[in-house]
Design a protein around this ligand. Structure first.
Ligand code: NAD
Length: 243
C-alpha cells in the first residue's frame, strides 16, 4: 500500500462510508485525490460539489481535478421507497459519469456495484465473479445497481476508457451509518433475543478497509489486456478464452 501510483483520482461519493475509506487509503500511499459528492463531510482534499446525474458537473470536476482515474462509489442508500431516485442516480448518473470520462479522456473507471445484483435471497456458496446477474432483481435499488454495472462493463475498452465493477456484499467498519444504526435500534427495541432462521443462514461481510483496498488494486490493474494477462486468465479460469 506504500507506493503511490501515477494516477490522479476523483472519488465520486467520497464523502460516504466506503468512499471516505478509499480516499484515506489513497492518501496513505501518497496519491493525489479529490472528491465529488452532493455533500461535503471532510476538508482535507479538494472537493467538488455536484450530482452525478448532471454530466456537466462531473465533467467540470474532471477538468479541474485533472483526474486520470475515477472511483465511483456514489449511490442513494439501500431501503428508500424511491425507485425513480435509484434509477436517476445509479443508472442515468453512472451513464453521465461514463460520458464525462470519455469526453475528458479519462482512461480508468472503477465502479462499486453490489452483490445484490446476483443475490435472490438463497445461499450462494463458492460462487465467484462468473455468476451472471439475476434476471429479476430483488428490489429497485438492486435493479438500478445491476443496470449500472451492465453499462459500466459495456463501456470497457471504448473511447479510451477501461472499466471494472466490484460487487461487495455487506460492508462493515468505522463510519458505517446503515447497518450499525439498524442493529442499535433493534437493541433499543429489546429485540436482542430474536433469531432469524435456524442459525444456518449465510451472509458475506467485508471490512470496509479491505473493500477500499480492493478498489485501489482494481484501479492499479486497469488498462488494456496484455498477452500475459490473457494467459493468466486462461490458467485461472480454466475455460477457453479467445487468443
Ligand atoms: P454512503 O451513503 O455512505 O455513501 C454514498 C455517497 O454517495 C454519499 O456520500 C452520498 O452523498 C453520495 N451520493 C449519493 N447520491 C449522489 C449523487 N447523485 N451525486 C453525487 N454523490 C452522491 O454509502 P456506502 O455504504 O459508502 O456505499 C458506497 C457504495 O457501495 C454504493 O455504491 C453502494 O451501492 C455500494 N455498496 C454498499 C454496501 C454496504 O454494505 N454499505 C454493500 C454493497 C454495495
Amino acid at each position: 500500500m506504500s507506493t503511490p501510483s501515477k494516477d490522479v483520482y476523483l472519488v465520486i461519493g467520497g464523502s460516504g462510508f466506503l468512499g471516505r475509506h478509499v480516499v484515506e487509503a489513497l492518501l496513505a500511499r501518497g496519491d493525489s485525490v479529490a472528491v465529488f459528492d452532493i455533500v461535503q463531510r471532510y476538508h482535507d482534499v479538494p472537493f467538488y460539489s455536484g450530482d452525478i446525474s448532471e454530466e456537466e458537473q462531473v465533467s467540470d470536476a474532471l477538468r479541474k481535478s485533472g483526474a486520470t482515474c475515477i472511483i465511483h462509489t456514489a449511490s442513494p442508500l439501500h431501503g428508500l421507497d424511491d425507485p425513480a431516485l435509484y434509477w436517476k442516480v445509479n443508472v442515468d448518473g453512472t451513464q453521465a459519469v461514463i460520458n464525462a470520462a470519455v469526453a475528458n479522456s479519462v482512461p480508468k473507471l472503477v465502479y462499486t456495484s453490489s452483490a445484490g445484483v446476483v443475490f435472490d435471497g438463497s445461499d450462494l456458496i463458492d460462487v465467484d465473479e462468473r455468476i451472471p446477474q439475476l434476471e429479476k432483481a430483488m428490489d429497485p435499488y438492486n435493479e438500478s445497481k445491476a443496470k449500472a454495472e451492465q453499462i459500466v462493463l459495456a463501456a470497457n475498452g471504448k473511447g479510451g476508457l477501461y472499466t471494472v465493477a466490484l460487487r461487495p456484499a455487506g460492508i462493515f467498519g468505522p463510519g458505517d451509518r446503515q447497518f450499525l444504526a439498524g442493529l442499535f435500534q433493534a437493541w433499543q427495541r429489546g429485540q436482542s433475543h430474536i433469531q432469524v432462521g435456524d442459525n444456518t443462514n449465510l451472509f458475506d461481510w467485508t471490512y470496509v478497509g479491505n473493500c477500499a483496498y480492493a478498489h485501489l488494486l482494481a484501479a492499479d490493474k486497469l488498462g488494456p489486456v496484455t498477452p500475459e494477462d490473457l494467459a493468466r486468465m486462461k490458467e485461472n479460469l480454466k475455460v477457453a478464452l479467445p487468443s
